[in-house]
Design a protein around this ligand. Structure first.
Ligand SMILES: Nc1nc2c(ncn2[C@@H]2O[C@H](COP(=O)(O)OP(=O)(O)OP(=O)(O)O)[C@@H](O)[C@H]2O)c(=O)[nH]1
Ligand SMILES: [Mg+2]
Length: 453
C-alpha cells in the first residue's frame, strides 16, 4: 500500500437517517472542490462555516457546516474538508457523487487512517487504537482505546527502550575500553534496573491481556438437558427476550446468541438446544450445534433442574464436555423449594470436574448475583492497574523482551548480556516502530476499518 495523491471521498457516518451526517474529502487541491460544492472559496482552516451545498446539477440540496483543515494539520496530514449535512443518506450520496464528478475517488476502508499513518500523523499502535475505539463494545474498552490513542502505552515502552540503550552503551564502552577503569557491569544497580524493567514489562503484559479480554470478551455457552431453564437464564442474564420459553421440552432447537456485559467484560452468551436422544431430525441437528458451540466455548454453564437433581443425563453432559473449558454447574428453579439444599459433596465436584456450582432461580433472580461473581472469578481477569487496548501482536513482543531481559540476568559474558539486551530492545522497538511494519501487516490492520475512517 502506498500513499496516493488522489483526492479521496467517503461518507463517514452510518448510512441511516440521523441528526447530522458527515462527508469527508482528503487530498490536495481541495479549493476547487469547495468552489464547486459550495459556490464559494475555502473558509479559514478549522472554522465552521455555514454553507449551501450543491449537487451535480448545481441545485442547493442542503445547508450545513463546512470545516476545512489545511495540510499538514489535519487527521490525514493532507488537506481535509468535512461537510456536515443533515443526516440524510440521499443528501450525502448526492454530495459524494458531486465530489466523484469533480475528480475524487471513493476511499477504500481505512484509507483516511492509512494516509494519517503514511504522513506520520499516527503510528501503527495509534492506528490500531483508532480501529479498537470504533469497534469498542463497552465503556471500558473505549476508554482503554483512547488511552492507547493518546500514546500512553508507547510512552512507557519508549522509556524502557531509552533505558536499554543506556545499558547497552555502557556495556559497549566496556568492550572497547576493557583495559581502562570501567566498573564491572554485573553490579547490583544493573541487576535491580533490569529486574524493575521486567516487573514493568509484566505489568504492561497484564494490562494488554486485560485489554484483549475487554475487546474480545469470552464465549459462554448454556448447556443441559431439555426444560431445565437454559433459555430462561439467557433472557434473565441479558435482560432481553431473546429466546422462546415454554414448558415443552425441546423448545430451543437452534443456537441463540445474546450479548451480555459483565463488569465491563463482553460475554457472548449462547443458548443451545437441550440434549436428549430423539428421532426428530430438526432437534438432532440442533443438538449437533450444541456440541459444536460447547467445543468453542471458554465457559460452559451446565444447567440442571433442582427438582430433578443431578441425573445420569446431566452427568453424561458434564463428562462429554471438552476437558479444557471451565465448567460451572447451575442448579436452577430453586424457587420451587422453600429452603433448597444442594447437598453437593466435594467428591462429586471433583469427579465431574466443575470449577464451581450455584443454586439459582431464573424466575425470581435468586442466587444470580452469586452466579455473576462466580462467572467473574472463572474469567480470571488479569489483575492490572492499567488497561491497554492494543493488538495481540504486542503481547508476543513484550514477552520476547521480558524473556531476553531475564536471560540477560544469567548471561555469563558481557557479550552475551549485550546480545540479550539487544534482543529486548529490538522487540520493544517493534512495538513502537514503523520500520518493521510489512505490507502484509498493514493490509491486515487497515482491512479492519470501515469506509470513511
Ligand atoms: N419455577 C421455575 N420455573 C422455571 C425456571 N426457569 C425456567 N422455568 C420454567 O421451565 C420451563 C422450561 O424453561 P426453558 O427456559 O424453556 O428451558 P430450556 O432449558 O431452555 O428448555 P429447552 O429449550 O427445551 O431445552 C418453562 O416453563 C420455564 O418457565 C425457574 O427458575 N423456576
Ligand atoms: Mg430453551
Amino acid at each position: 500500500m502506498e500513499a496516493s495523491p488522489d483526492v479521496i471521498v467517503a461518507i463517514a457516518t452510518a448510512p441511516v437517517p440521523s441528526g447530522i451526517g458527515v462527508l469527508r474529502l482528503s487530498g490536495h487541491g481541495l479549493a476547487d472542490f469547495c468552489q464547486k460544492l459550495t459556490h464559494r472559496s475555502l473558509p479559514l482552516p478549522r472554522l465552521a462555516s455555514l454553507r449551501y451545498f450543491y449537487d451535480c446539477a448545481g441545485l442547493a440540496i442542503d445547508q450545513g457546516l463546512l470545516i476545512y483543515f489545511s495540510a499538514p494539520a489535519s487527521f490525514t496530514g493532507e488537506e481535509v474538508i468535512e461537510f456536515q449535512t443533515h443526516g440524510s443518506p440521499v443528501v450525502l450520496h448526492e454530495l459524494q457523487a458531486h465530489c466523484l464528478a469533480c475528480g475524487a475517488r471513493l476511499a477504500e476502508p481505512g484509507e483516511f487512517t492509512l494516509r494519517a499513518y503514511l504522513n506520520n500523523r499516527l503510528d501503527l499502535m495509534q492506528v490500531e487504537a483508532v480501529s479498537d475505539l470504533i469497534h469498542a463494545e463497552s465503556r471500558q474498552a473505549a476508554i482503554s482505546a483512547t488511552r492507547s490513542l493518546n500514546g500512553e502505552f508507547r510512552l512507557v515502552v519508549h522509556e524502557m527502550i531509552n533505558l536499554l540503550v543506556d545499558h547497552r552503551v555502557f556495556l559497549e564502552s566496556h568492550f572497547d575500553f576493557s583495559d581502562e577503569d570501567v566498573p564491572d557491569y554485573h553490579h547490583s544497580s544493573f541487576v535491580s534496573s533490569i529486574q524493575s524493567m521486567i516487573s514493568r514489562l509484566e505489568a504492561l503484559m497484564m494490562g494488554v491481556q486485560r485489554g484483549l479480554l475487554l475487546r474480545t470478551g469470552k464465549k459462554v455457552v448454556l448447556i443441559g438437558v431439555p426444560n431445565v431453564g437454559k433459555s430462561s437464564l439467557l433472557n434473565y442474564l441479558t435482560e432481553e427476550d431473546h429466546a422462546l420459553v415454554t414448558p415443552i421440552p425441546g423448545t430451543t432447537r437452534d443456537v441463540i446468541k445474546g450479548y451480555w456485559v459483565l463488569e465491563g467484560i463482553p460475554l457472548h452468551l449462547v443458548d443451545t438446544a437441550g440434549i436428549r436422544s430423539t428421532d426428530d431430525l430438526v432437534e438432532l441437528a440442533g443438538i449437533e450445534r450444541t456440541w459444536k458451540e460447547a467445543s468453542q466455548a471458554d465457559i460452559a454453564l451446565v444447567v440442571v433442574d433442582a427438582a430433578q437433581g443431578i441425573t445420569a443425563d446431566d452427568r453424561a453432559i458434564l463428562e462429554k464436555l471438552p476437558r479444557d473449558i471451565c465448567k460451572v454447574l447451575i442448579i436452577n428453579k430453586i424457587d420451587l423449594f422453600s429452603n433448597f439444599d444442594p447437598d453437593m459433596p466435594n467428591w462429586f465436584v471433583d469427579e465431574v470436574g466443575i470449577s464451581a456450582f450455584f443454586c439459582v432461580s431464573a424466575r425470581t433472580g435468586k442466587g444470580i448475583s452469586e452466579l455473576k461473581r462466580g462467572i467473574m472469578k472463572s474469567l480470571k481477569v488479569p489483575d492490572a492497574d492499567d488497561v491497554f487496548m492494543v493488538s495481540e501482536r504486542y503481547l508476543a513482543l513484550l514477552t520476547r523482551a521480558r524473556d531476553a531481559l531475564s536471560a540477560s540476568l544469567s548471561g555469563e559474558a558481557d557479550e552475551m548480556v549485550a546480545e540479550d539486551l539487544q534482543v529486548a530492545q529490538r522487540a520493544l522497538q517493534r512495538v513502537v516502530g514503523r520500520e518493521y511494519a510489512s505490507d502484509d501487516l498493514l493490509g491486515d490492520i487497515f482491512s479492519r476499518f470501515c469506509i470513511g475512517k
